[in-house]
Design a protein around this ligand. Sequence first.
Ligand code: F6R
Length: 610
Amino acid sequence: MCGIVGYTGRKQAAPILLEGLTKLEYRGYDSAGVAVSDVLGKIVIAKAQGKLEVLKEKIDGGKAIQGKCGIGHTRWATHGVPNETNAHPHCNDDSTIVAVHNGIIENYAELKAKLQRRGYQFYSETDTEVATKLVDYYYKKYGEPLKAISEFALRVRGSYALAVMFSDYKGEIFAIRKDSPMVIGTSGGDCFLASDVPALLKYTKHVYYIENLQIAHLFDGQAQFFNLDREPVGVPLTEVTWDAEAAEKDGYEHYMLKEIHEQPRVVRDTVGYLLHDGNIDFSELMLTDEALAGFKSIVVVGCGSAYHAGVVMQYVIEDLARIPVRVELASEFRYRTLNLRGDELVIAISQSGETADTIAALREAKAQGLKTLAVVNVVGSTIAREADYVFYTKAGPEISVATTKAYSAQLIAGYLIAIKLAEVRGAVSSEYAKALKAELLLLPEKIESILAEQASVQQFAFHTMDKKDAFFIGRGIDYAVSMEGSLKLKEISYIHSEAYAAGELKHGAISLVENGTLVFGVLTQEGLIAKTVSNLLETKSRNARLAVVAFEDIELPQVCEKVFSVPRTDSHFAASLSVIPLQLYSYYLSVSKGNNVDKPRNLAKSVTVE
Ligand code: F6R
């Protein structure tokens, strides 16, 4: 989704803005622009449709626009087609007020009509032009930026991270957010703002996350913060523990491959976050054993891969802790009649912590008086700030749009929560709990051994790149992993793919299996393997091509064209291993097809609109 950057300080702004936007490219976008104010305060805007390279070329890497204060934006179209006119920054009639915006102004049509009645004209189809002209209206009325922005906030419904420059306030940036992320940093006389940390990491690791409806004023190397009554407010300084290198490609051809290879480290760190000397310690989460034991059931919410991690979590918690769990798509949960009970725990899973639907689901749960636990990767994100308890996954910055390492970290969070719940509820023997914890520590090494076989996955991907359809089938946790494998394939290789609970295939979808259809079976769950094998054979008799991911010691029928073996582990943790060949397969297939692996078409890293 859209990305925002801002800079004011001692250096030329445009190259810094372009660099920041480059770091945010992974969020997905279809046009880009910057606005820079020169020594006299005159604001120059440059925009381009398409990739950032086009904009960079247009302004000679930033050299063509001189000035030490500016804002920039990558746009992922919501209102109006992706073209140069609709690209940000947007401005008032004489370009004395210029703004960039992430999010959606829900009542923009109504506001636009009001402004039109007052004589305003509009050149674009965007809600951001409306936002900019609304600020212009209140600035002309009150003559003061903070007042104009707070009046804007009082009139606007929806979500926004808005950064504004006023030519009357040379070298200054004003910003406000509501339900859309914004991070601010200062460093030796320079001020930065961005919608995401990687854009700032090169310059500072000490950042401010402003709260909803707080206004930031950046000038003269400092950041000041205000509430809507324009009273100064304190915003704590947070240290980002990621380093800039963690957000670089590190010699890999794509971020996705780098992130797939980081999984042993991510799993080790996420296990090590709470498992010390054989004990899972939730005090870091501020969640006491008594509170945990008091929950009678659990609802897990998330979107996309986070939802899939939730499905694994459901199977593992139900089996180990013997407590009812349901898992819901956040986008559905938020609009349903929920009939929640006060003694339920709601777990919201999100890499970014900024997914609009998951935020809404979390708020709905809180509004109904339930306790909420966030499983989140980005420190200081909205979900992390609003949940009662936070489990930080230790994936580090994930840049590739298709998630891999964050999903793996979410799985680990699920296992730790499941074991801890099982312990506080007395649902597992201490011997078994000990064995489970010991097995968790072995997962990184086992993942490494699967990664070592990547060449064989690459070969199979190359030989199947002409496929138009694929099915992923499994039962129990194998079904949950099938969902993730299938999503990975479709999002980056653009191959149509379906995940099916293996037993469900013959209730309809098997009619789509024809000569050469690719069917992946996931076979790790004791007691279910023979059944899934039967379902695979049913597709084979319709001339499907079979590939399976299975524990290395499982006996398989000869008819499987390709077997991806993974080391044995406790079956509750099998997803952490079986997903690896599926991630690699999608990656190599996407590479074989020459797709833009890290930035697949139509997708955004952080989905901040519903
Ligand atoms: C798939 C993918 C998405 C995200 C989903 C939720 O590879 O990345 O399906 O999992 O958009 O995002 P977060 O976890 O940031 O809430």
